[in-house]
Ligand binder design. Structure first.
Ligand code: PLP
Length: 348
Protein backbone atom coordinates (compact mmCIF):
# COMPACT_ATOMS: atom_id res chain seq x y z
CA UNK A 1 0.00 0.00 0.00
CA UNK A 2 1.34 3.41 -0.96
CA UNK A 3 -0.08 6.38 0.97
CA UNK A 4 0.65 10.05 0.35
CA UNK A 5 0.29 11.07 3.98
CA UNK A 6 0.95 9.21 7.25
CA UNK A 7 -2.47 10.38 8.37
CA UNK A 8 -4.10 8.26 5.66
CA UNK A 9 -3.17 5.28 7.86
CA UNK A 10 -5.73 6.33 10.49
CA UNK A 11 -8.72 4.00 10.50
CA UNK A 12 -9.61 0.85 8.56
CA UNK A 13 -8.75 -1.13 11.66
CA UNK A 14 -9.49 -4.88 11.70
CA UNK A 15 -12.01 -6.74 13.83
CA UNK A 16 -10.84 -9.90 15.58
CA UNK A 17 -12.71 -12.78 17.27
CA UNK A 18 -11.50 -13.34 20.82
CA UNK A 19 -12.25 -17.07 20.95
CA UNK A 20 -9.36 -18.08 23.21
CA UNK A 21 -9.94 -15.26 25.70
CA UNK A 22 -13.55 -16.42 26.13
CA UNK A 23 -12.70 -20.16 26.17
CA UNK A 24 -14.51 -20.89 22.91
CA UNK A 25 -17.81 -19.80 24.45
CA UNK A 26 -21.00 -20.35 22.42
CA UNK A 27 -21.29 -16.60 22.44
CA UNK A 28 -19.16 -14.68 19.95
CA UNK A 29 -17.04 -11.74 21.08
CA UNK A 30 -15.55 -9.46 18.43
CA UNK A 31 -13.10 -6.64 19.11
CA UNK A 32 -12.28 -3.70 16.85
CA UNK A 33 -8.55 -3.13 17.10
CA UNK A 34 -8.33 0.65 17.45
CA UNK A 35 -4.91 0.09 19.03
CA UNK A 36 -3.63 -0.41 15.48
CA UNK A 37 -4.03 3.25 14.58
CA UNK A 38 -0.68 4.96 13.81
CA UNK A 39 -0.78 7.13 16.95
CA UNK A 40 -1.48 4.00 18.99
CA UNK A 41 -5.10 4.72 19.91
CA UNK A 42 -8.70 5.35 18.95
CA UNK A 43 -8.08 9.07 19.54
CA UNK A 44 -6.41 9.31 16.12
CA UNK A 45 -9.98 9.35 14.79
CA UNK A 46 -11.34 12.52 16.45
CA UNK A 47 -7.97 14.30 16.17
CA UNK A 48 -7.74 13.82 12.39
CA UNK A 49 -11.45 14.41 11.76
CA UNK A 50 -11.75 17.56 13.89
CA UNK A 51 -8.56 19.24 12.66
CA UNK A 52 -9.37 18.49 9.01
CA UNK A 53 -12.98 19.71 9.33
CA UNK A 54 -11.92 22.88 11.13
CA UNK A 55 -9.35 23.63 8.44
CA UNK A 56 -11.87 22.93 5.64
CA UNK A 57 -14.36 25.34 7.24
CA UNK A 58 -11.71 28.05 7.71
CA UNK A 59 -12.02 28.05 11.52
CA UNK A 60 -8.43 26.85 11.87
CA UNK A 61 -5.75 28.34 9.68
CA UNK A 62 -2.47 26.42 9.19
CA UNK A 63 0.64 28.37 10.28
CA UNK A 64 -1.56 30.70 12.35
CA UNK A 65 -3.75 29.07 14.98
CA UNK A 66 -2.67 27.67 18.31
CA UNK A 67 -4.59 24.53 19.24
CA UNK A 68 -5.32 23.95 22.95
CA UNK A 69 -6.73 20.80 24.53
CA UNK A 70 -6.96 18.92 27.79
CA UNK A 71 -6.02 15.25 27.45
CA UNK A 72 -4.82 12.37 29.59
CA UNK A 73 -2.49 11.31 26.83
CA UNK A 74 -3.87 9.63 23.73
CA UNK A 75 -5.79 12.58 22.30
CA UNK A 76 -2.78 14.77 22.99
CA UNK A 77 -0.52 12.41 21.05
CA UNK A 78 -3.01 12.25 18.18
CA UNK A 79 -3.51 16.04 18.10
CA UNK A 80 0.22 16.66 18.29
CA UNK A 81 0.65 14.52 15.15
CA UNK A 82 -2.12 16.39 13.31
CA UNK A 83 -0.76 19.79 14.38
CA UNK A 84 2.67 18.93 12.95
CA UNK A 85 0.96 18.03 9.69
CA UNK A 86 -0.57 21.51 9.37
CA UNK A 87 2.13 23.49 11.18
CA UNK A 88 -0.21 24.50 13.99
CA UNK A 89 1.13 25.25 17.45
CA UNK A 90 -0.31 22.94 20.11
CA UNK A 91 -0.50 23.32 23.88
CA UNK A 92 -1.64 20.31 25.79
CA UNK A 93 -3.05 20.68 29.32
CA UNK A 94 -2.22 17.56 31.32
CA UNK A 95 -2.32 16.44 34.95
CA UNK A 96 0.06 14.47 37.16
CA UNK A 97 -1.70 11.18 36.30
CA UNK A 98 -0.15 11.29 32.84
CA UNK A 99 2.66 8.78 32.44
CA UNK A 100 6.23 10.07 31.99
CA UNK A 101 6.34 8.13 28.71
CA UNK A 102 3.27 9.90 27.31
CA UNK A 103 4.72 13.24 28.36
CA UNK A 104 7.91 12.46 26.47
CA UNK A 105 6.00 11.35 23.37
CA UNK A 106 3.86 14.51 23.34
CA UNK A 107 6.90 16.75 23.81
CA UNK A 108 8.80 14.84 21.13
CA UNK A 109 5.92 15.53 18.75
CA UNK A 110 6.54 19.24 19.26
CA UNK A 111 3.68 20.12 21.64
CA UNK A 112 3.91 22.48 24.63
CA UNK A 113 3.00 20.87 27.95
CA UNK A 114 0.92 22.77 30.52
CA UNK A 115 0.65 20.71 33.74
CA UNK A 116 -2.06 21.41 36.34
CA UNK A 117 -1.39 20.14 39.85
CA UNK A 118 -4.49 21.00 41.91
CA UNK A 119 -7.26 18.41 42.25
CA UNK A 120 -10.89 19.41 41.71
CA UNK A 121 -13.79 18.91 44.14
CA UNK A 122 -14.42 15.42 42.73
CA UNK A 123 -10.90 14.33 43.58
CA UNK A 124 -9.77 14.31 39.94
CA UNK A 125 -8.15 16.92 37.73
CA UNK A 126 -10.73 17.40 35.01
CA UNK A 127 -12.28 20.63 36.31
CA UNK A 128 -8.86 22.13 36.97
CA UNK A 129 -7.70 21.21 33.47
CA UNK A 130 -10.83 22.67 31.85
CA UNK A 131 -10.40 25.94 33.79
CA UNK A 132 -6.79 26.11 32.65
CA UNK A 133 -7.76 25.48 29.01
CA UNK A 134 -10.36 28.27 29.15
CA UNK A 135 -7.74 30.61 30.56
CA UNK A 136 -5.26 29.70 27.81
CA UNK A 137 -7.90 30.02 25.09
CA UNK A 138 -8.46 33.63 26.13
CA UNK A 139 -4.83 34.57 26.62
CA UNK A 140 -2.88 32.73 23.91
CA UNK A 141 -2.90 34.61 20.55
CA UNK A 142 -5.15 32.78 18.05
CA UNK A 143 -5.88 30.10 20.65
CA UNK A 144 -8.45 27.46 19.64
CA UNK A 145 -9.90 24.92 22.09
CA UNK A 146 -10.84 21.61 20.44
CA UNK A 147 -13.02 20.68 23.46
CA UNK A 148 -13.37 16.92 23.10
CA UNK A 149 -15.88 16.79 25.98
CA UNK A 150 -18.50 18.93 24.21
CA UNK A 151 -17.54 19.06 20.52
CA UNK A 152 -20.09 17.09 18.43
CA UNK A 153 -17.34 16.42 15.88
CA UNK A 154 -15.91 14.04 18.49
CA UNK A 155 -18.83 11.56 18.23
CA UNK A 156 -19.25 12.28 14.51
CA UNK A 157 -15.67 11.13 13.88
CA UNK A 158 -16.56 7.72 15.33
CA UNK A 159 -19.93 7.62 13.52
CA UNK A 160 -18.24 8.21 10.16
CA UNK A 161 -15.14 6.23 11.19
CA UNK A 162 -15.48 2.99 13.15
CA UNK A 163 -19.29 3.00 12.76
CA UNK A 164 -19.17 3.11 8.96
CA UNK A 165 -16.34 0.57 8.81
CA UNK A 166 -18.16 -1.84 11.14
CA UNK A 167 -21.27 -1.85 8.96
CA UNK A 168 -19.07 -3.24 6.18
CA UNK A 169 -17.04 -5.55 8.44
CA UNK A 170 -19.87 -7.27 10.34
CA UNK A 171 -21.77 -9.97 8.50
CA UNK A 172 -24.66 -10.24 11.01
CA UNK A 173 -26.28 -7.98 13.59
CA UNK A 174 -24.67 -7.78 17.02
CA UNK A 175 -26.71 -8.14 20.21
CA UNK A 176 -24.51 -5.95 22.43
CA UNK A 177 -22.09 -3.10 21.89
CA UNK A 178 -19.79 -2.92 24.94
CA UNK A 179 -17.37 0.00 25.15
CA UNK A 180 -15.43 2.10 27.60
CA UNK A 181 -16.57 5.67 28.14
CA UNK A 182 -14.76 8.87 28.97
CA UNK A 183 -15.99 11.76 26.79
CA UNK A 184 -18.55 9.21 25.41
CA UNK A 185 -17.70 10.19 21.81
CA UNK A 186 -16.57 6.69 20.82
CA UNK A 187 -19.55 4.82 22.27
CA UNK A 188 -22.18 7.29 21.07
CA UNK A 189 -20.72 7.73 17.57
CA UNK A 190 -20.44 4.00 16.94
CA UNK A 191 -23.79 3.12 18.56
CA UNK A 192 -25.67 5.81 16.60
CA UNK A 193 -24.37 4.41 13.30
CA UNK A 194 -24.81 0.72 14.21
CA UNK A 195 -28.33 1.24 15.55
CA UNK A 196 -29.41 2.42 12.11
CA UNK A 197 -28.57 -1.09 10.86
CA UNK A 198 -29.24 -3.07 14.06
CA UNK A 199 -32.07 -1.30 15.93
CA UNK A 200 -32.37 -4.07 18.54
CA UNK A 201 -28.70 -3.84 19.57
CA UNK A 202 -28.19 -3.04 23.26
CA UNK A 203 -25.64 -0.40 24.17
CA UNK A 204 -23.51 -1.17 27.22
CA UNK A 205 -21.23 1.53 28.64
CA UNK A 206 -18.15 0.49 30.60
CA UNK A 207 -17.16 2.95 33.30
CA UNK A 208 -14.34 2.92 35.83
CA UNK A 209 -15.17 2.41 39.50
CA UNK A 210 -14.52 5.84 41.02
CA UNK A 211 -15.71 7.76 37.95
CA UNK A 212 -18.73 10.09 38.28
CA UNK A 213 -20.07 9.60 34.73
CA UNK A 214 -23.18 7.71 35.86
CA UNK A 215 -23.82 9.39 39.22
CA UNK A 216 -21.54 7.19 41.29
CA UNK A 217 -19.45 8.57 44.11
CA UNK A 218 -15.89 9.56 43.17
CA UNK A 219 -13.13 7.33 44.53
CA UNK A 220 -9.45 6.73 43.72
CA UNK A 221 -8.77 5.25 40.29
CA UNK A 222 -5.58 5.26 38.28
CA UNK A 223 -6.16 3.95 34.77
CA UNK A 224 -6.30 6.81 32.27
CA UNK A 225 -8.61 6.84 29.25
CA UNK A 226 -11.74 5.48 30.90
CA UNK A 227 -14.14 7.26 33.26
CA UNK A 228 -14.21 10.96 34.18
CA UNK A 229 -14.36 13.20 37.21
CA UNK A 230 -17.03 15.39 35.57
CA UNK A 231 -19.99 14.51 33.33
CA UNK A 232 -19.17 15.56 29.74
CA UNK A 233 -21.70 17.59 27.72
CA UNK A 234 -21.66 14.91 24.99
CA UNK A 235 -22.91 12.10 27.23
CA UNK A 236 -26.55 11.11 26.60
CA UNK A 237 -27.49 8.48 29.16
CA UNK A 238 -30.87 7.76 27.52
CA UNK A 239 -28.99 6.17 24.61
CA UNK A 240 -27.31 3.68 26.95
CA UNK A 241 -29.12 0.51 28.01
CA UNK A 242 -26.75 -0.71 30.73
CA UNK A 243 -23.67 0.47 32.58
CA UNK A 244 -21.03 -1.96 33.88
CA UNK A 245 -18.43 -0.70 36.32
CA UNK A 246 -14.97 -2.21 36.32
CA UNK A 247 -12.11 -1.33 38.65
CA UNK A 248 -8.39 -1.06 37.98
CA UNK A 249 -7.68 -4.56 39.30
CA UNK A 250 -10.33 -6.27 37.17
CA UNK A 251 -9.05 -4.34 34.15
CA UNK A 252 -5.45 -5.39 34.79
CA UNK A 253 -6.40 -9.05 35.13
CA UNK A 254 -8.28 -8.95 31.85
CA UNK A 255 -5.31 -7.24 30.14
CA UNK A 256 -3.03 -10.01 31.34
CA UNK A 257 -5.47 -12.67 30.22
CA UNK A 258 -5.54 -10.99 26.78
CA UNK A 259 -1.74 -11.37 26.61
CA UNK A 260 -1.85 -14.96 27.84
CA UNK A 261 -4.68 -16.14 25.59
CA UNK A 262 -4.42 -13.97 22.48
CA UNK A 263 -0.92 -12.48 22.52
CA UNK A 264 -2.34 -8.94 22.43
CA UNK A 265 -0.59 -6.32 24.59
CA UNK A 266 -3.35 -3.76 25.08
CA UNK A 267 -3.92 -0.72 27.28
CA UNK A 268 -5.76 -0.72 30.61
CA UNK A 269 -9.19 0.18 29.30
CA UNK A 270 -9.11 -2.70 26.82
CA UNK A 271 -9.00 -4.85 29.93
CA UNK A 272 -11.91 -2.83 31.37
CA UNK A 273 -13.99 -3.53 28.26
CA UNK A 274 -13.15 -7.24 28.31
CA UNK A 275 -13.83 -7.56 32.05
CA UNK A 276 -17.23 -5.94 31.39
CA UNK A 277 -17.91 -8.45 28.60
CA UNK A 278 -17.12 -11.24 31.06
CA UNK A 279 -19.65 -9.79 33.50
CA UNK A 280 -22.24 -9.42 30.73
CA UNK A 281 -21.71 -12.99 29.53
CA UNK A 282 -22.21 -14.23 33.08
CA UNK A 283 -25.74 -12.68 32.95
CA UNK A 284 -26.69 -14.34 29.62
CA UNK A 285 -28.94 -17.39 29.40
CA UNK A 286 -28.51 -17.92 25.65
CA UNK A 287 -25.53 -17.37 23.30
CA UNK A 288 -25.18 -13.87 21.93
CA UNK A 289 -22.90 -11.77 19.76
CA UNK A 290 -20.96 -8.99 21.45
CA UNK A 291 -18.88 -6.26 19.86
CA UNK A 292 -16.23 -4.40 21.83
CA UNK A 293 -13.26 -2.19 21.06
CA UNK A 294 -9.63 -2.19 22.20
CA UNK A 295 -8.82 1.54 22.42
CA UNK A 296 -5.03 1.56 22.76
CA UNK A 297 -1.78 -0.41 22.91
CA UNK A 298 -0.13 -1.72 26.07
CA UNK A 299 3.36 -0.22 25.82
CA UNK A 300 2.17 2.97 27.57
CA UNK A 301 0.94 0.87 30.54
CA UNK A 302 4.05 -1.19 31.36
CA UNK A 303 4.26 0.57 34.75
CA UNK A 304 0.59 -0.05 35.44
CA UNK A 305 -1.32 -3.14 34.36
CA UNK A 306 1.88 -5.02 33.45
CA UNK A 307 3.65 -4.23 36.72
CA UNK A 308 3.04 -6.60 39.65
CA UNK A 309 3.50 -3.94 42.34
CA UNK A 310 0.89 -1.68 40.71
CA UNK A 311 -1.50 -4.62 40.29
CA UNK A 312 -1.09 -5.55 43.96
CA UNK A 313 -2.06 -2.03 45.08
CA UNK A 314 -5.04 -2.14 42.68
CA UNK A 315 -5.99 -5.49 44.24
CA UNK A 316 -5.95 -3.97 47.73
CA UNK A 317 -8.29 -1.17 46.54
CA UNK A 318 -10.48 -3.79 44.87
CA UNK A 319 -10.78 -5.84 48.07
CA UNK A 320 -11.53 -2.85 50.29
CA UNK A 321 -14.17 -1.49 47.89
CA UNK A 322 -15.80 -4.93 47.76
CA UNK A 323 -16.15 -4.75 51.54
CA UNK A 324 -17.50 -1.20 51.67
CA UNK A 325 -19.32 -0.39 48.41
CA UNK A 326 -23.03 -0.96 47.96
CA UNK A 327 -22.52 -0.51 44.22
CA UNK A 328 -20.19 -3.46 43.91
CA UNK A 329 -22.17 -5.94 45.98
CA UNK A 330 -24.43 -7.16 43.12
CA UNK A 331 -21.39 -7.81 40.89
CA UNK A 332 -20.95 -11.58 40.37
CA UNK A 333 -17.71 -13.02 41.78
CA UNK A 334 -14.69 -13.07 39.47
CA UNK A 335 -13.98 -16.43 37.82
CA UNK A 336 -11.39 -18.34 39.90
CA UNK A 337 -8.66 -18.09 37.27
CA UNK A 338 -8.83 -14.30 37.41
CA UNK A 339 -8.36 -13.93 41.13
CA UNK A 340 -4.64 -14.57 40.74
CA UNK A 341 -2.12 -12.75 38.62
CA UNK A 342 -1.17 -15.40 36.11
CA UNK A 343 2.50 -16.31 36.50
CA UNK A 344 3.06 -16.55 32.75
CA UNK A 345 1.85 -12.98 32.22
CA UNK A 346 4.31 -10.13 31.87
CA UNK A 347 5.94 -8.70 34.98
CA UNK A 348 8.84 -6.44 35.82
C1 PLP B 1 -7.55 4.80 26.10
C2 PLP B 1 -8.94 5.19 25.70
N1 PLP B 1 -9.14 6.10 24.77
C3 PLP B 1 -10.40 6.43 24.39
C4 PLP B 1 -11.51 5.84 24.93
C5 PLP B 1 -12.86 6.26 24.47
O1 PLP B 1 -13.20 7.34 25.16
P1 PLP B 1 -14.21 8.45 24.76
O2 PLP B 1 -15.43 8.12 25.56
O3 PLP B 1 -13.53 9.69 25.20
O4 PLP B 1 -14.48 8.44 23.31
C6 PLP B 1 -11.34 4.97 25.88
C7 PLP B 1 -12.47 4.33 26.50
O5 PLP B 1 -12.37 3.26 27.06
C8 PLP B 1 -10.03 4.65 26.27
O6 PLP B 1 -9.82 3.81 27.23
Amino acid sequence: MLVKDFSDCVGNTPVVRLDRFFDYSYSEVLAKLELMNPGGSVKDRPAKYIIEKLIESGKLIPNLHHVIESSSGNLAIALAMQCRRFNLQFTCVVDPKISPLNLKIIESLGANIDMVTEKDLNGGYLDTRINRVQHLEQHVPNGFWVNQYANPMNWQSHYDGEGEELIKQLSDPVDYLVMGVSTSGTLLGISRRLKEAYPKMKVVAVDAVGSVLFNNKPSPRELPGIGASRVPALLKTDEIDQVIHVDDYESALACRRLVTKEGILAGGSSGSALAAVQKLLAQQKTPCKILTLLPDRGERYLDMVYDNVWVESARQRHLSSLESSEVLKPTPPLPAELTQVQPEAISH
